[in-house]
Each structure stands twice: as structure tokens, then as C-alpha cells.
Design a protein. Structure first.
Lengths: 115, 115
């Protein structure tokens, strides 16, 4: 079974703090993704990575950065947390496209509150 | 870019009824479609997927129908059970360029099953 784990289930941070969210997958997947999930907006892609040290912006990258130093680990960084970054953050991974599936495997999510 | 929308944000059914959740997409070149189920406090989990060369695909109690003419996707759940209560998301691979397995998600439909 694919397992995607996220470092925290719940996190409370203060405005202006630097926040690190970590994600680890155990299936040797090439692709990893960070989403945020807000009511009525579905899942929106922040950043993704298709290889170690490679990253690309998603639809809402402003205020975020990422790091992928090892294949199994993908970190999301909030350089200076703001209250509008209060959200559920979901990490996902997927294998290089096999010709039949783009299935992404998700972690349990981190609910971040910025006060 | 791709946009994905759902026709109804909420759906309420009686146990034993069949449920139909609908989804519309905008890019006629999209070639891969997937449905996820998200239970409270968990990350999204794969239900079923379909490629654009198919109109219908069946799983256990679930069927996905794809109508490429009107760019519409539906998920049918047979004999709905209380355990099916969750948020359901459709997602589409936004074809074009180098997608690296990216998915564009709809806003989600909340399915509530009453005993």
C-alpha cells in the first residue's frame, strides 16, 4: 500500500512565523504535489515537483515555497505566515505516467491555523 | 486552462437509493478523469478513473459515465450506504504541454446518506 504521511495533523502558528509542512511518501514516486483545500473551492494546487530538486508553480504559489532534496520528501514553506493561509494542506504523490493512470495518493492533511 | 465544476454542491439520499454525482469540464482535449472520495478528517481516496477512449467504466457499486460531446462526467453509486457519506471530487488531467500528472479538481459534492 502506498503511504503518504504528513508531519502534523494540526498546527497553530502566529502571523509572520516561518512554517514548514513536511510530506513523505514510501513508494518511490517521481511526482509530488501540495494542495490547499478550502470550503467551496475544492483542492487548489500550490506547487508540484516531478523530480528531486525540480519544482514548478501550481495555480496559487504566492506566499509559498517548496523544497525537494530527497525523492521521498517534499516540504512546503510559508515564509511569513498570514491569516489568509489558514487552511487544510494536502500532500499527494504519483508515479511517472504509465500510460493508463494519473492517480495521486494523498496524505491525511495538515490543518493549519494562523492567528 | 482547465476548469472543473460540479452541478450540485450537496446531495441527500436515503439508504438503498442510487446516487448520481455530476461534473462538467471545459477542455475538450482532456483525456483522463478520476473520482475521489474524502471522508471527514482524511485525505481524498481513489474511487474510479476513466480514459477518454471509454464511455463507461464499472467498479464495485460504482459506475463512471463520460460524455465527451457535452464534456460531462458522472459518478453513479448503487444501493448507497451510510458509509458512502463523504465529499466526492472529480478531477481531470489538464492536457497540454508537460502536465507531469497534474490534476484539476472540482469543488466537491457533499453526499449525505440517511438511514
Amino acid at each position: 500500500d502506498v503511504k503518504v504521511t504528513q508531519s502534523s495533523r494540526y498546527l497553530v502558528k502566529r502571523t509572520g512565523e516561518k512554517v514548514f509542512l513536511e510530506c513523505v511518501q514510501d513508494m518511490d514516486h517521481e511526482n509530488m504535489f501540495w494542495y490547499r483545500q478550502d470550503p467551496g473551492l475544492g483542492l487548489r494546487l500550490i506547487y508540484f515537483s516531478y523530480d528531486v530538486k525540480m519544482k514548478e508553480k501550481g495555480d496559487i504559489p504566492e506566499g509559498y515555497s517548496v523544497s525537494r532534496e530527497k525523492k521521498e520528501r517534499f516540504s512546503l514553506i510559508l515564509e511569513s505566515a498570514s491569516t489568509n493561509q489558514t487552511s487544510m494542506y494536502l500532500c499527494a504523490s504519483s508515479a511517472e505516467f504509465s500510460g493508463s493512470s494519473y492517480e495521486q495518493y494523498f496524505g491525511p492533511g495538515t490543518r493549519l491555523t494562523v492567528t | 486552462g482547465e476548469s472543473v465544476g460540479l452541478h450540485l454542491p450537496t446531495l441527500s439520499v436515503q439508504e438503498g437509493d442510487n446516487s448520481i454525482i455530476n461534473c462538467a469540464y471545459s477542455n475538450s482535449a482532456s483525456d483522463y478523469f478520476i473520482w475521489y472520495k474524502q471522508e471527514s478528517g482524511k485525505g481524498p481516496q481513489f474511487i474510479i478513473d476513466i480514459r477518454s477512449n471509454m464511455d463507461k467504466r464499472q467498479g464495485q457499486r460504482v459506475t463512471v459515465l463520460l460524455n465527451k460531446t457535452v464534456k460531462h462526467l458522472s459518478l453513479q453509486i448503487a444501493a448507497t450506504q451510510p458509509g458512502d457519506s463523504a465529499v466526492y471530487f472529480c478531477a481531470v488531467n489538464p492536457r497540454g504541454g508537460t502536465s507531469y500528472g497534474k490534476l484539476t479538481f472540482g469543488q466537491g459534492t457533499i453526499l449525505t446518506v440517511h438511514p
